[in-house]
Design a protein around this ligand. Structure first.
Ligand code: SAT
Ligand code: MN
Length: 594
């Protein structure tokens, strides 16, 4: 065990957090048997050495240094390209606590099963110990973790996605608690793969995948599944939401948090460029985060939010100068691309990149042949520091977080659901979130385009029983609370010809503007059983090219269609039995009877 002691930081005094951390690392090493252990300090020199090693063994391929300085391509194993929900488990002592929304295994059985996979798995490899902080290093809302992994690709990505290294270790030492994450790529065999969560032990064990959501444990595993569990007992919320600041021409900024399922445009909305007319008038969007939001009530009763991440792990296909100029500007340098195609002059390429360059090699590294499928995998990604984004807000680093004026829920719904509506009050808003449905995307393995319930976009990420989760949401409605208004949007409504009715992207600002006018009390809206819809003329559609009839479909309310929707929602809530909060069932019934 020489290699272990060689790299250990000061062992810490008996009973200290550092000592507990060291002991855990020693125990993990005894199980996994690495050749060496490396404690990550997060420095540039460390990163350069890791990158050099990965270039040498082919894990990373350097891209065109002129057009994309300090950028690399990683090609994953072709069977390891997305989250694996059927292999993702929440292991609470009681099955009911994980809820029907999670796959479950008893903790003892789960540990035994996955530890058998970890046994000796790091022989011949280096084990990296990554202390990280989710959120600004000095924020009371932030939380720390330590990921142990045998993947240098994970280290390089965690360095971008989290505040990683020495400052995080110092905070862990002060704070006394941290989430333990053990990860190995194992054999990258889908038959030997599990992503397990032990919320009560603040522990994650992930084996057999190197893909983002399965392997960058600070992200979905910690910042959503474990954090949602912690948040419930500590009185805050860990949500699958972007956070943006919408600055009006008077210079006032409202902060909006919005939940959409994976690969439904969170990154695009978070980095939106206002459409013509709005831009000139002085409207601006500031990006705080594109995927995860932690929020808690402040002293004034408002909800304050931070983005626990430090980078973006965005979907590449469809990202263009037209769809998301801020994202494109962000990824011109210092970016890791995963599973994209490349051009003859070694630039990254994906479908919908929006220029005339052509790919010569596909994401598997084979000569590109359109007949064999896309050049970039549909779930190919870029990893880049948030600081590279031109619209990144100063407030993203604010330890206190930003006050949230509006919460938005949205899914991919081809029919029925209008462009926007507002919930009547908080309880109704929670029901609107609970009722969310969306068509599945390539972000998880399995069929794409199938409608499924995805409450608050948390179906794959809530670390406990959804019935308890909704009760937790309802509990924020306290005397003195100044809760955000809650809205629902649908950018994905289709006409009878199967084409999208709404142009989306920059034009979504028109909808956000209506929301903040509702918050400020300057838009009236019209009451319907599903909530408040915009009155004719309240959303500025000047210059938006809409198909004939689109306006009515986008802003209308179809009573019969909603009746069926509410009946189905009632059946869904009933699946959770008596644990489902009565207030939510009563709200569903009240609306269903209207
Ligand atoms: O792979 S991630 O889970 O991080 C991205 C996503 O699916 O939202
Ligand atoms: Mn996500």
């Amino acid at each position: 065990m020489n290699a272990i002691s060689k790299d250990l930081p000061a062992p810490g005094s008996a009973g200290s957090t550092l000592q507990a951390l060291n002991q855990w690392v020693v125990d993990v090493a005894a199980l996994t048997r690495p050749d060496a252990i490396h404690w990550c300090d997060g420095s540039d020199a460390e990163n350069a050495a890791l990158v050099a090693k990965m270039e040498a063994d082919g894990t990373l391929v350097r891209l065109n240094e002129q057009t994309h300085p300090q950028s690399w391509l990683h090609r994953s194993h072709p069977d390891d390209v997305a989250r694996v929900e059927h292999l993702t488990l929440v292991c609470t002592p009681e099955r009911e606590d994980a809820g029907p929304n999670n796959h479950w295994m008893a903790p003892a059985q789960a540990h035994a099963k996955i530890d058998a996979l970890f046994d000796g798995c790091m022989r011949g490899r280096t084990m990296y110990v990554i202390p990280y902080c989710m959120g600004p290093i000095d924020s009371p809302l932030s939380r720390c973790g330590v990921e142990v992994t045998d993947s240098p690709y994970v280290v390089a990505n965690m360095r971008i996605m989290t505040r990683m290294g020495a400052p995080a270790l110092a905070r862990i030492e002060r704070e006394g608690s941290f989430v333990k994450g053990l990860h190995s790529i194992g054999e990258l065999d889908p038959e030997r793969r599990f992503i397990m969560h032990f919320p009560e032990e603040l522990t994650i064990k992930s084996y057999g995948s190197g893909y983002g959501g399965n392997a960058l444990l600070g992200k979905k595993c910690h910042a959503l599944r474990i954090a949602s569990h912690q948040a419930r007992s500590e009185g805050w919320l860990a949500e699958h939401m972007l956070i943006l600041g919408l600055e009006d021409p008077q210079g006032k900024t409202h902060y909006i948090a919005a939940a959409f399922p994976s690969a439904c445009g969170k990154t695009n909305l978070a980095m939106l460029i206002p459409p013509e007319g709005y831009r000139e008038a002085g409207w601006k969007i500031w990006t705080i985060g594109d995927d995860i939001c932690w929020m808690r009530p402040g002293a004034d009763g408002r909800l304050y939010a931070i983005n626990p991440e430090a980078g973006f792990f965005g979907v590449a296909p469809g990202t263009s100068r037209k769809s998301n100029p801020n994202a494109l500007a962000s990824i011109q340098s210092h970016t890791i691309f995963t599973n994209v195609g490349v051009t003859a002059d070694n630039q990254p390429w994906w479908e919908g990149i929006g220029d005339d360059r052509q790919p010569v090699t596909d994401w598997r590294g084979e000569p590109y042949d359109a007949a064999k499928g896309p050049a970039a995998h549909p779930n190919s990604r870029f990893t880049v520091s948030a600081k590279r984004c031109p619209s990144y807000s100063d407030k993203a680093e604010d330890a206190q977080g930003v006050p949230i004026s509006a919460i938005v829920f949205g899914g991919r719904r081809a029919s029925l659901v209008p462009l926007v509506f507002e919930a009547r009050d908080w309880t109704h808003g929670v029901l609107v979130g609970a009722a969310m449905g969306s068509e599945t995307t390539a972000a998880a393995t399995g069929a794409v385009g199938v409608m499924r319930r995805d409450p608050m976009a948390m179906k794959p990420f809530c670390g406990y029983n959804f019935a308890d989760y909704f009760a937790h949401w309802l509990s924020f409605d306290q005397p003195g609370a100044q809760l955000p208004k809650v809205f629902h949007v649908n950018w994905f409504r289709k006409g009878d010809d199967g084409k999208f009715l709404w142009p989306g992207f920059g034009d979504n600002l028109r909808v956000l503007e209506w929301m903040i006018r509702r918050v400020d009390g300057s838009a009236e809206g019209v009451e319907t059983p599903i909530g408040v819809l915009p009155q004719a003329g309240e959303i500025d559609l000047e210059g938006v090219a809409l198909a004939p009839g689109a306006r009515d479909m986008l802003l209308g309310f179809d009573r019969e269609g909603w009746r069926a929707e509410f009946e189905a929602l009632g059946a869904y809530l009933a699946e959770y039995g008596p644990r489902m909060p009565e207030a939510l069932r009563a709200e569903q019934q009240r609306i269903a009877e209207q």
